[in-house]
Design a binder for this molecule. Sequence first.
Ligand code: KG4
Ligand code: ZN
Length: 414
Amino acid sequence: MLILNKTAGVFFKPSKRKVYEFLRSFNFHPGTLFLHKIVLGIETSCDDTAAAVVDETGNVLGEAIHSQTEVHLKTGGIVPAVAQQLHRDNIQRIVQEALSASRISPSDLSAIATTIKPGLALSLGVGLSFSIQLVGQLKKPFIPIHHMEAHALTIRLTNKVEFPFLVLLISGGHCLLALVQGVSDFLLLGKSLDIAPGDMLDKVARRLSLIKHPECSTMSGGKAIEHLAKQGNRFHFDIKPPLHHAKNCDFSFTGLQQVINKRIRKKEKEEGIEEGQVLSSAADIAATVQHTMACHIVKRTHRAILFCKQRDLLPQNNAVLVASGGVASNFYVRRTLEVLTNATQCTLLCPPPRLCTDNGIMIAWNGIERLRAGLGILHDIEGIRYEPKCPLGVDISKEVEEAAIKVPQLKMEI
Ligand code: KG4
Ligand code: ZN
């Protein structure tokens, strides 16, 4: 097919994506006529029921999501049985909405991809049983998806990124640094020894009762902290980043949360208010916790970059650092990471915020990646199980620690 380039006045051979966009501009959906791979992705690993239909060029044909954030904000955290019920109530509608929006017939799907690990057992179970039924009805192959692998590879849908690249995954349930060498080839360099940064932010936001703050009442904890931090002074309190002396790429956030809690208690006494009321210095506390968390994340990531370069696992110049997961949608964190990538001749790439948090698109895209690589496509799903706990790749964090790389100080002038 040739398309006339109006500006140049010549015909050119367009890419598959261009052909698709061209046909879609006439509301024409070619289905399998032109594109062979179309995947339905289903995500229920935590508190979002999400589905999407994505084709092999990365076009999102249809998408739907039901977020449980508001319900869990009211109960002060995710109650697994409540999350399970909400997934059950919404999954059929969400999958139907994604399929209808795509305007393809379910028979045109190449496969169904679903998150089966890691995550909340009760939540994963809903997505898996729904998918098993659908796979049986439609007689399609099934692609089990690792939630963190999907977060890591989302960037290949939005940007042209070749392997290998470094990935920093920071969310409410996870915190890890890994080298991505292929679609399912990961080296784990470091992870959180306790809670994830998003979990820490959610707990601090709860302790600060930000749900009662008129500007943040419907925001997730992390988003509320980012919002308030813009009005605060990050130097109001001086807090040392965690694991200051450990020369590895591991993370820790529990200690930081406890230090912040102590400061909040002290401030409540000073301001003469009870726990449950919003402090006048809430914005300063938000700015401090966000800054300290970002500095900690940057330092561990800096060591990972130096380690990978030392071992020739990444190129010396223009290596790519990808940051994803809910906390990577935080613009302050992104700016601190940019200071790091500028100082180390790397390039920072982040998916757009809506693709950093949980979504169905990343699951469908991981299905496409796996189809293209011929990896993990099941035609028989007998005995398939979800796995609430599941590591990412091969753990080489001991090797990283043994290298004991000293990290130079970076000036965080943001
Ligand atoms: O990736 P995600 O949607 O779910 C998983 O945990 O897998 O991440 C959710 C987490 C929550 O802890 C939320 O508070 C945090 O990401 N988050 C943020 C922001 N938006 C969401 N943290 C910091 N800044 C944000 N703008
Ligand atoms: Zn996630």
